[in-house]
Design a protein around this ligand. Sequence first.
Ligand code: 6PG
Length: 468
Amino acid sequence: MKDIGLIGLAVMGQNLALNIARKGYSVSVFNRTANTTQEFIKNRVKVENIEGYYDIKSFVESLAKPRKVILMIKAGKPVDDVIQQLLPYLDKGDLIIDGGNSYFKDTSRRINELKEKGILYLGMGVSGGEAGALHGPSLMPGGSYDAYKMVEDILLKIAAQTEAGPCCTYVGNDSAGHFVKMVHNGIEYAIMQAIAEAYDVLRKVLKLSPEEIGEIFEKWNNGELNSFLMEISYKIMKYKDKETGKHLVDLILDEAEQKGTGKWTSQTSLDLGIPTPSLNLAVEARTLSFFKKARVELSKKVTKTYTTTNVDKEKIIVDLENALLFSVFISFSQGLWFISEASKTFNYDIDLSEVLRIWKGGCIIRAKILDFLREIIKENTENVNLLNSEKALSFLMNKIDSIKYITNLSKEFYLSTFVLNSSLDYFLSMIEENLPANLIQAQRDFFGAHTYKRIDKEGIFHTEWETQ
Ligand code: 6PG
């Protein structure tokens, strides 16, 4: 009898199966296409206790009871289909763990549907890509605590290990795990876009080569910006295409794709009424990039006049580093505030400090700055909006001149900096006592009698604006 089963042998699934087996567990695997299973067993399984199965029934029957089955398959309908295939063979008390990037509302629905049948279900965010799955991902399991306890030992062993412990914790009730993974990806989009904007300034304002930009990114990665995304970015900059000998990054089409998690983050934050502009604008930037043909045509129709010609290279590099730090901090703070509000709305009971801890290793947004964020959260656990902390404010105010300078400079060079701008604007709005929303309220009342509140007296008011 095997300890655990895994369905879905794309690279992530293969690597996770190997990771589990290498921690001493026996694993049964199944894939929709038998060929993939055969190839996996033949080419990648050596000493590991992994056995391939070619029909669902014998796969399920090979598992020790209560059975535990991890799904590493494409989000959406495939997950429902596989659950349906499994159900006839499962018994009450068995557990299904969805390790894909499922939409959190689908996970809630599945938890409830399966609960009626006595089947336990965990929605588990898995971050870290292929390497993470093999060597230690960040795991974000959510669902019932009893379900978590059934696999806790395995998950703690296969997760990335840091000085703060394994990068896995029980995230919370219901779809909390997939929710947190979704927001992780929203933050991931924002940081990727912010780094891309810094790259754009370096190549177009300072006219630096990818090699030179790689050097700068590497230096940043040795400092406060130290993170997985900074590390891969400097490696990307330095990478030369084997065929042409040119820097590969220069040969890649500038249309950024997306599979949906960033968009869901934005959609959900809009639904819940929590501002996450840096995350949202990162999605917009990807969407806009897809209109390459229109961009090429329009770029030929305009003449850009450059007023700033003398640029101070050293200053720009220092300010860019600060601007990135500012934007990364703001992106995390928006994501965390959103998670904490969602936790109240959906009764997830999420511990933000634990979320930050399990993001320290294995995942795509692992970064040095997480220690600082955790320090702030721990200072006052009620401080769900990090900006309420003195430490956060002085960190941001120390960098505000840099991000003001960089965003202004970008505009002089006709460069869009969606995430840098929105991070700054978010902060400026949050520290502003009087926003021009009073005029919006007046406009709404003018054309639609939508009413407004006043600052000088209580009540709800409406004015016949054209009678004066
Ligand atoms: C991770 C990533 C991963 C995600 C890819 C691609 O944490 O390992 O978030 O889950 O699927 O980053 O996402 P997009 O195709 O949407 O960029």
